[in-house]
Ligand binder design. Sequence first.
Ligand code: MSP
Length: 532
Amino acid sequence: MTFTLTTPLYYVNDKPHLGSAYTTLACDAVARYQRLKGESVIFITGCDEHGQKIQRTAEAAGLSPQAHCDAVSTQYRDLWERWQISNDRLIRTTDPRHRHIVEQFFARVEAHGDIVEGRQQGWYCVACEEFKDDPHEAQDPECPTHRRPLEWRDEVNLFFRLSRYQEAIEALIAREGFIQPASRRKEVENFVKQGLRDFSISRVNLPWGIPVPGHDGHTFYVWFDALLGYLTALLEPGEEPDLEAAIARGWPASVHVIGKDILRFHAVYWPAMLLSAGLELPEKVFGHGFLTREGQKMGKSLGNVLDPAELLERCGRDAVRWYLLRDIPFGDDGDFQQQRFSDLVNNDLANTIGNLLNRTSAMARRWFEESVPPAGGGLESSHPLALAAAAARRQGLAGLESLDFRSAAEAPLQLAIAANGYLNDQAPWSRMKQEGTREQVAADLYAVLEAARHVGLLLAPLLPELSARMLAQLGQPPLDSGIGSRGGDAHGRSLPDSRTWLDQLAWGGLEPGAALPEPSPVMARLELDTPL
Ligand code: MSP
């Protein structure tokens, strides 16, 4: 089985913002975790490039829509490279192959009798690219999300017969674990309970879209085309655009990770479209919360948008990854606070984790010939740090499995706190001054170094760079991240490593007597003297 996971396909109406980086970083942690476990992974991200919003943005910039999309999607590509995102695909819905996949999918849906003509009347938000059900204000209604005027539409369109899928969708969203976190299920349930209405899947007079075969003058509604981008993305680079071939590569998706605002599209419309086309349903849809900044909604008009490229430049990848994944419960809304950001990075990463490793390896090198000390009692599975490491392993893996990144990040942090506490209690620096204590000191240092190795391993999916520096500092070989060796065996699975990441997460992996490289700080402190 391939583990397929997706970020949303981002609109290219504007340059990437922190919200997009947030989802992508979270997905990156999941993809890295699955690869470290030995799974074969297809990690999909991409750009959603059609529709009225993009067409208007391009017009305003005096560019052709294609030139505009090319420019902004390049910014996305660059940003993901600079963040070292391990995506396997970057689909653009203007990829000529995508058009073929959309046509093939539409043919199935139409053959299934799910396409009818109808009249679409209602208030439309171009920024959401969505009809709004019941605007509150009778006059000059606004979009509650974008605070921009809605536009009245009255046109004859093609409709998808969503109403036929009422029961199937009710059963699907009742399924344990399909919508996550569970707290988000209620809002979808309420929407479905009101009765599913057919929705329009084409537009007339909108040239910037994929033409609907057999229906002159119609282009596909941007959401219909965008969701299908998840299927096109499964194709290998250069592969012929064949829907069956795409499916065989890695459908169904294991998880779609999205923001809460687009849950309805993923948990209701998309599954119904898939059922109509006779395709399997995604296993899970995870709707995360929204980021605010210092308590305020981020927006251009407030001038408080955090640019992910600038953030990266000033603070580095490890710091930002840590803050976003460790501080904000994935699923809840979160507030980006500069002071808290630097406090957490400095306390957790520079002090607790970085110093633990530095001071322990400095002592080991000084007293034990620049190498890992003899393990003695430090090797016992009942050693307090062995027990703490086993608990951290359990919590870390469970957290990554369920996309609870906070818990996954706290696991190694708690282990580092326990190891620091143990070191302070045992005080090897005092012991070394006494007679006959060398063996005890060796065992203590061994246990703390071994705990630090576990911390480094458990950080690998979350902070790959800090993890790599920690393991190097402990004289360990780099991890096989699974990236770049994605071919797998004849069954599409990654070939097993002689010592997998999971195998390495066992107490006693450090070899006594192995050389310890000269320590240097693994994590720089974050000094933010001016506002971000
Ligand atoms: N193009 C559609 C998705 C199509 S998927 C087939 C889209 N694009 S978007 O660029 O507008 O939004 C992408 C994602 O960013 C959404 O999941 C949205 O929830 C998320 N976010 C937008 N602002 C955000 C924050 N302030 N905080 C966190 N996520 C935010 O919707």
